[in-house]
Write a protein that binds this ligand. Structure first.
Ligand SMILES: [Zn+2]
Length: 266
């Protein structure tokens, strides 16, 4: 498997399974970039915020038809036709209200960000996460003569993820990550900054369980759909007895080698 043979890779797995170290391996081994849904949302929200529009966003929503007014009407109202600002507005409308972001918005943001990368050389992280998103992605790839070479599933047990996450503490200043059992912060403080470490509001057991449920109910069907469409899948363990960079790299590369050797046998 040479870097130039790879077009795009999807990395998936439960939230907290340990995706990032595997993504780092793929980025390095195959000269790819990481395209994360979280970063995409932050990018477009920033574009909108930089535009300094401070009035209510209600005028952009067509209550009667339960959708946004047309892009032309939005751009007249906003005073700009910058597509990134308009996408940012649409994302912000839902995010500000604490509403679930519908697939058509996530798809539109993803498409725009993926287009900026010419639909190639990306590790997709956090996308697709629903069946609709999987279908949209396959259409998009076909339209632009691109492909996903394989899916890398980072596998980890619910129990281990919960144990890892509820004990996680973060330095609010530098972002350094601690674990109350495996890497305890001395006197509850960051070893670099000296400030008190905190628990992220997302790291409670209730929130983790809800993310695990969402993975089972929405993301697994999305991944199964891609497998049915003949995209190969490699599975790597999210937990390693000895968690060293070399072991992480080897487990990722072994799993990839395995799918390609199976394909050549067939
Ligand atoms: Zn710190």
């Amino acid at each position: 498997m040479k870097p130039e043979d790879i077009t795009n890779i999807i990395v998936t797995g439960k939230s907290g399974a340990g995706k990032q170290p595997r993504i780092d391996v793929l980025v390095e081994e195959f000269n790819l970039e990481q395209l994360s849904t979280g970063d995409i949302f932050r990018f477009y929200l920033k574009k909108f915020n930089e535009y300094n529009y401070s009035d209510s966003l209600d005028v952009f929503w067509d209550e009667d038809n339960n959708r946004f007014i047309s892009d032309e009407e939005i751009s007249n109202e906003l005073g700009t036709d910058n597509p990134d600002v308009i996408l940012g507005l649409k994302a912000k409308y839902f995010v500000d209200r604490g509403l679930f972001v519908p697939d058509y918005i996530t798809n539109a943001l993803f498409e725009s960000a993926f287009a900026k990368k010419n639909y190639r050389k990306q590790v997709l992280d956090g996308y697709p996460r629903t069946l609709d998103q999987s279908k949209f992605l396959l259409e998009l790839l076909e339209k632009h003569n691109s492909k996903v070479d394989f899916i890398l599933l980072v596998d980890n047990s619910d129990e281990r993820i919960i144990e890892r996450t509820v004990n996680r503490r973060i330095c609010p200043k530098c972002g350094r990550v601690y674990h109350l059992i495996y890497k305890p912060p001395k006197d509850g403080r960051c070893e670099v900054c000296g400030v008190e470490v905190i628990q992220r509001s997302d790291d409670t057991e209730e929130k983790i369980r809800s993310r695990l449920k969402e993975f089972r109910e929405k993301t697994l069907p999305a991944i199964n759909y891609l497998k049915e469409k003949e995209i190969p899948m490699a599975t790597v363990p999210g937990h390693l007895e000895e968690f060293t960079p070399e072991n992480v790299r080897k487990s990722v590369m072994d799993a990839i080698e395995k799918i390609y050797s199976e394909i050549s046998i067939e």
